[in-house]
Design a protein around this ligand. Sequence first.
Ligand SMILES: NC(=O)c1ccc[n+]([C@@H]2O[C@H](COP(=O)([O-])OP(=O)(O)OC[C@H]3O[C@@H](n4cnc5c(N)ncnc54)[C@H](O)[C@@H]3O)[C@@H](O)[C@H]2O)c1
Length: 457
Amino acid sequence: MASPPDTSKTTKLERYNSYLRRVNSTKLLSASSNLLFRATILISLLLLLFFTLNYPPLSDLSSSSSSSSTHRRLSFLSSALSSSFGGPTWERQVRHSATPRRPSGLSVLVTGAAGFVGSHASFALRKRGDGVLGLDNFNHYYDVSLKRARQDLLRARGVHVVEGDLNDSPLLSRLFDVVPFTHVLHLAAQAGVRFAMKNPQSYVASNVAGFISLLEVAKSADPQPAIVWASSSSVYGLNRQSPFSEAHRTDQPASLYAATKKAGEEIAHTYNHIYGLSLTGLRFFTVYGPWGRPDMAYFFFTKDILQGKTISLFKTQDDKEVARDFTYIDDVVRGCLGALDTAEKSTGSGGKKRGPAQLRVYNLGNTSPVPVGRLVSILEGLLGVKAKKHIVRMPRNGDVPYTHANVSLAGRDFGYRPTTDLAVGLRKFVKWYVGYYGIQSKVNKLQEGSRGGSDSK
Ligand SMILES: NC(=O)c1ccc[n+]([C@@H]2O[C@H](COP(=O)([O-])OP(=O)(O)OC[C@H]3O[C@@H](n4cnc5c(N)ncnc54)[C@H](O)[C@@H]3O)[C@@H](O)[C@H]2O)c1
């Protein structure tokens, strides 16, 4: 016979179970609030770390030069919100890159360092033991991946390129607070003659406003740096005297680009006159070479010839061939270094002139103009392809028919002597081009084909 259920035992069991459920839910509650508490602490710590890294101690701000300190503090805070500069890690990187590795080496801020001339000049300075810090805004005027590739190369050689715009005055001020630059090599600009008809404002923003922004910061820096900057052969504009010498007329620019470079020369005069900044302008003549600019004729002719596209060659209004004083990048870089080495110190301090300062302008060209048709036949030989050519009259887009540099002034003052002729320089360019774009085997085949073709004649 079955015995009756023990009710007191069942009740006890139920009570025990409900006790267990209560304990479990309390545990769960306390575990989750514990987790929440820990997460809050962690997030607070992360936020604290972020602000410590990205904002300098207030003492840093208050110790920076007196009169403009409030303005600087405000502008620093506003820019700290919009960009990621200013923390101790960033400062260490900046300082390390700008520190010379040789006794009495220069400490140079190179603007436009991810650009064609800027990257080469930065290498050369770093190679001889100078401190180099780059600045570039990586704009999209041409293939940004090429600028990034140059930046990667610079990084591998210990040159840091800060990403930022010339017009970001708080950033520039901060750089000068962190590093007492001895020199600035100012190459950042909106380059190219034809693009000015599409986007004139970009020339005003970089070549005029950007230059002034840099000069404003440089004039207040202590010490004031000596500045070497890129003007252009385009300032000769409609000048017909040849070879172009620094004493010739430069008041008839043929393009907006040229006009902004000419404006730069006048602006340089003003800052030299009022603030004692040492300023040297370099008028480059059609610079070419490895890691060059894709918007320049030698570069896009190479691309188009290899792709079998027709290239347009210009003739002048009076049916003459267009010619350029093509200058190889290594020659130009030697000129830049010569100008930096012979630049005298600026004489101002605290934004005030203390005496007359150096003001110079030099041509950096090759002294031997070459017709563009000859450039194309050298490329045809190097690539093993006959170009499809279309001869057209030069449109009125700002290009000038002819350039030819007299470089005796640069030769006299810092031993500038261009040594690379166009055939040698283009060979080096093509070698780089086919390597960089991974088309060596295609070009080898084309070259073999063209040799075979001429053998069979
Ligand atoms: N290459 C030539 O044949 C030639 C001839 C005459 C003058 N120049 C001058 O030489 C300098 C260098 O020319 P390049 O051929 O190396 O040109 P580039 O375009 O390759 O280099 C200029 C660099 O400056 C940067 N930049 C432009 N505006 C900027 C801004 N507002 N802030 C920060 N960075 C900015 C660009 O991103 C670019 O990387 C330029 O001033 C150019 O006008 C060049």
